[in-house]
Design a protein around this ligand. Sequence first.
Ligand code: 5GP
Ligand code: ZN
Length: 134
Amino acid sequence: MEDNCIFCKIARGDIPSATLYEDETLRVILDLGPASKGHALIIPKTHAANLFELPDEIVEKVFVAAKRIATQLKEGLHADGLNLVQNNGAAAGQTVDHFHIHLIPRYENDMVGITWKPGNLSEADKEDILKLFR
Ligand code: 5GP
Ligand code: ZN
């Protein structure tokens, strides 16, 4: 628990939230600034700033929960699709430095913008990256 972390306080119930699910490891809440109807956040109760700091046993639990809650949201809200979004670092759009997964139900012709302009994979980049994994 970090003293000044809003998601620690929400996850542990010190600050009330619209909770869809809770267990000993995590809490699932509605986002206060939803991208679409049903936008929810999976927040582990243990503080970790981002994916890189999250212990593997919690990684497993949050992604298993993500699948289950995503299914319930998609079916219950009759969504046409659903994005999982998980930002790490300010450069990636992270604004709250406590790991969380966004569940964003998607509806045909909604104007939610989770997109990018495709580039081209250069031979140089491809070689650089493949080298890292050899
Ligand atoms: P990030 O940009 O860090 O991936 O996402 C942070 C998310 O947390 C945003 O979608 C924002 O709307 C949501 N958020 C920030 N503060 C609160 C809060 O106090 N309560 C709830 N329910 N959501 C919050
Ligand atoms: Zn925290």
